[in-house]
Write a protein that binds this ligand. Structure first.
Ligand SMILES: [Fe+2]
Length: 283
C-alpha cells in the first residue's frame, strides 16, 4: 500500500477525479468516452502537475537499470509465422522489437507512480471513462505498476494490442523519436482489413495519427482495433512511460510464460495460480 497521498501530484482543478458527483467530473468522463468511441484514444494533458514531475523522473532514473531487456521479432498480431499464407500477407511481416520493463516490485510504498495507481479515486475514474462493468487493479506483484524504459535505438513496431485498453503516464521523453503513431479503428471484430494493415506497413500514413505525449500526460488507449507503434528512440535520454494495469477479474496474475518473457523471472504466486485460472486466454 502506498504511503503517499497522490492528491498532491494530480492537477485536480483541471481533472477533479476525486469529485465524482460534480458536473465537471461528469463532463470530463463524457468527453473522454466520446474520444475513446471516436478514435480509441484520449489524452489528459498535464494530469501530473509540472512542479511534481521531477519526482517521477527521479524514480525512473533510480529503477531504470532494473528493467528486463527482451528482444524478439514480432508481427502485428504477435502470432507465429504461418507458411500457408501468401508471402506478402501482413501476418508474415516480422519486425525487430526490443523492450525493457521495470517490474512492479521496484515500486513500493514510497513510489510516486504507485501512489497514483492506488489513489482511491483513480480506478473508479478510469473505469467510468472506459465504461467497464468489471474493473479491478491487477493482482500481479510484478506487473500492476511498471515502467517501460526505451533507450537509444529501441522502439515498438506496429501491432494490435491483445488487451482491450492501456492506461499510461508519460514520464520522460527521448531527445528524438519515441512518437506514438496510431491508425484508429483500422480493424473491427469482424474485419481484419488486411489491405489496410498492409498499406500502413508499406509506409502509407494517410490514416495514421501522430501523438506528441509530454511528461505528465495520462493516456487512455484502446489498442485492440487501432494499429499502433512507437517510433525508434534516438539520443542519450531514455524514454520512460508508466503503465497502470487493470483487469476484469479480481485476483488475476500473469501466466508463468508471459511473466518470464516480460520480466525475466516469476514469483511463487504465478506458479500457484497457473492451474487456478478458469479462462482460456493466452496471456
Ligand atoms: Fe500496444
Amino acid at each position: 500500500m502506498s504511503n503517499i497521498d497522490a492528491a498532491k501530484y494530480i492537477d485536480t482543478e483541471r481533472y477533479p477525479i476525486d469529485q465524482p458527483d460534480s458536473d465537471q467530473y461528469q463532463q470530463l468522463v463524457q468527453t473522454i468516452r466520446e474520444q475513446l468511441d471516436a478514435v480509441g484514444c484520449a489524452v489528459l494533458t498535464g494530469f501530473i502537475k509540472r512542479e511534481c514531475l521531477q519526482e517521477f523522473i527521479d524514480e525512473g532514473d533510480q529503477v531504470a537499470d532494473k528493467g528486463h531487456r527482451s528482444f524478439n521479432k514480432t508481427n502485428v498480431y504477435f502470432s507465429k509465422d504461418d507458411e500457408s499464407l501468401a508471402a506478402d500477407h501482413p501476418a508474415r511481416r516480422f519486425y525487430d522489437r526490443s523492450n525493457s520493463f521495470v517490474p512492479a516490485d521496484n515500486f513500493g510504498a514510497d513510489s510516486p507512480l504507485r501512489s497514483v495507481y492506488e489513489w482511491p479515486p483513480f480506478m473508479p475514474f478510469i473505469q467510468a471513462t472506459l465504461n467497464e462493468q468489471e474493473f479491478y487493479r491487477y493482482a500481479d506483484p510484478l506487473a500492476d505498476v511498471i515502467i517501460n524504459v526505451v533507450e537509444d535505438g529501441d522502439g515498438f513496431p506496429w501491432h494490435f494490442d491483445t488487451n482491450n485498453y492501456t492506461v499510461t503516464l508519460a514520464i520522460q521523453n527521448s531527445l528524438h523519436g519515441g512518437e506514438f503513431k496510431y491508425a484508429p479503428n483500422l480493424r473491427t471484430p469482424t474485419d481484419e482489413n488486411y489491405d489496410g494493415v498492409k498499406a500502413i506497413l508499406n509506409g502509407d500514413e494517410n490514416q495514421v495519427n501522430t501523438l506528441e505525449l509530454n511528461p505528465g500526460d495520462l493516456q487512455i488507449f484502446k489498442g485492440r482495433y487501432s494499429l499502433h507503434r512507437v517510433t525508434p528512440v534516438k539520443g542519450k535520454r531514455r524514454r520512460y512511460v508508466g503503465i497502470f494495469s487493470f483487469v476484469d477479474q479480481p485476483g488475476m496474475v500473469a501466466k508463468v510464460e508471459r511473466c518470464k518473457q516480460l520480466y525475466g523471472r516469476t514469483l511463487p504466486i504465478h506458479h500457484q495460480r497457473e492451474n487456478e485460472r478458469n479462462d482460456n486466454l493466452k496471456d
